[in-house]
Design a protein around this ligand. Structure first.
Ligand code: MG
Length: 159
């Protein structure tokens, strides 16, 4: 059986607003994310991990931020499109693991719902999806509250 692994990273800065979207969950907050899409860094990192594992480049190649079609788009739509691209190339996800890095908002209570969203979009049982959250103990741009970053790893198998 052929397995392939990929990793992804994304970061967005905060702007004025009243919520952020992470892992497909709308989380009330005193700022929003500056982005062409809904700014879901967790799903963007995951899309890049999945595309990377399949040798399909990156999210910017498939969904360019210069294209008005993707303005404000729900990143779950992009994630499901990535799953289609994987399928066309003969791959399906096995498991994924994400880390969201921010000083605030607190994410712990939202993680089960994020895992449910991602599992649904990937066609996986929820035990194959893991989301973690960490701070940086106030170091760096996440720690200063300038934005949020996310990292992801994805394993695919040939089908
Ligand atoms: Mg992004």
């Amino acid at each position: 059986m052929t397995f392939r692994i990929g990793q992804g990273y994304d970061a967005h800065r905060f702007k004025s607003g009243d919520h952020v979207v992470l892992g497909g969950e709308k989380i009330p907050f005193d700022r929003g994310m500056a982005a062409h899409s809904d700014g879901d860094v967790a799903l963007h990192a995951l899309c890049d991990a999945l595309l990377g594992a399949a040798g399909l480049g990156d999210i910017g190649r498939h969904f360019p931020d210069s294209d008005p079609a993707f303005s404000g788009i729900d990143s779950r739509v992009l994630l499901r499109k990535v799953v289609e691209l994987l399928s066309e190339k003969g791959y399906e996800p096995v498991n994924v693991d994400l880390t969201v890095i921010c000083q605030a908002p607190r994410l712990g209570g939202h993680i089960p719902a994020m895992c449910e969203n991602i599992a649904a979009d990937l066609g996986l049982t929820v035990d194959r999806v893991n989301v973690k959250a960490t701070t940086t103990e106030k170091m760096g741009f996440e720690g200063r509250g300038e934005g949020i970053s996310a990292q992801a790893v994805a394993l695919l198998r040939a089908v």
